[in-house]
Design a binder for this molecule. Structure first.
Ligand SMILES: Nc1ncnc2c1ncn2[C@@H]1O[C@H](COP(=O)(O)OP(=O)(O)OP(=O)(O)O)[C@@H](O)[C@H]1O
Ligand SMILES: [Mg+2]
Length: 221
């Protein structure tokens, strides 16, 4: 990944374990920046139409090996990046990404992908101007996940890794492993870690101040 000259926009990414509060915080930030007159876009975490069918079929029928998963993930990212994110950055927009490449990298690394291969696979993306890592305790993660969805998800519990038959054990094991990989990526890519265990408002206040620092005074006119 590289910084790229000649892109007047700003890329701010939000990463964290599944259910840490990324979408909630990003939505509030987006509203705040819009209210200030910024040209700001949200990039949600949806599969690119190019690979969506293959991903769903592969997942449902358990056809995907970790290598194929990585290749599909990187195709998915490249398609969304080149068609959506990069044009907005070139056009001077602030782009808030609800997850960027790092979630994909962490998921692949947990499945024993080679770190250098993974890094090269996602190297087409620019390094964000800032990455905020929402750090959350396991207790809070379980609480928020069950409150939101009422159940644990097969993939977010890493059930494909077959660590145990117990979904709760799998969820906590998998999320811990993801957290470790995020920790390594954080060191390499300079994420700013923020405490997401506290109140929505406290974290939002902290993020607004950090985002304002990244964007610079008067960036939105
Ligand atoms: N600081 C907070 N305090 C209490 N509840 C919160 C907090 N942040 C988020 N939540 C709640 O936790 C749940 C998960 O939040 P959210 O969907 O924003 O997480 P996420 O990181 O985007 O999850 P996913 O990884 O599944 O997309 C939601 O019900 C949300 O209202
Ligand atoms: Mg979300």
């Amino acid at each position: 990944m590289s910084g790229r000259p000649g892109r007047p926009g700003r890329l701010v990414a939000f990463e964290g374990l599944d259910g840490a509060g990324k979408s909630t915080q990003l939505h509030l930030l987006w509203q705040w920046l819009e209210a200030q007159g910024c040209r700001v876009a949200r990039r949600a975490w949806n599969s690119s139409p190019l690979v969506m069918d293959a991903t769903i079929r592969g997942r449902n029928q358990r056809l995907l090996t970790p290598t194929i998963f990585s290749l599909i993930h990187s195709t998915d990212f490249a398609d969304r990046y080149e068609r959506e994110t990069l044009p907005m950055l070139k056009g001077g927009w602030i782009v808030l990404c609800d997850r960027y490449v790092f979630t994909l990298m962490a998921r692949d690394l947990v499945r024993d992908a080679h770190p250098e291969w993974i890094e090269s696979l996602f190297s087409m993306g620019v390094v964000p101007d800032a990455v905020f890592y929402l750090r959350v305790s396991m207790l809070m993660l379980v609480e928020r996940t069950l409150r939101s969805y009422g159940r644990l998800d097969y993939w977010e519990s890493g059930m494909d890794l077959a660590v145990s038959r117990d979904w709760f054990d799998c969820f906590t094991h998998y999320q811990r492993r993801l957290g470790q990989e995020f920790g390594r990526l954080q060191a390499g890519f300079g994420f700013q870690s923020v405490n997401a265990d506290g109140s929505l408002q406290a974290l939002q206040t902290e993020l607004r101040s950090k985002v304002a620092e990244v964007l610079g005074v008067g960036v939105c006119g």
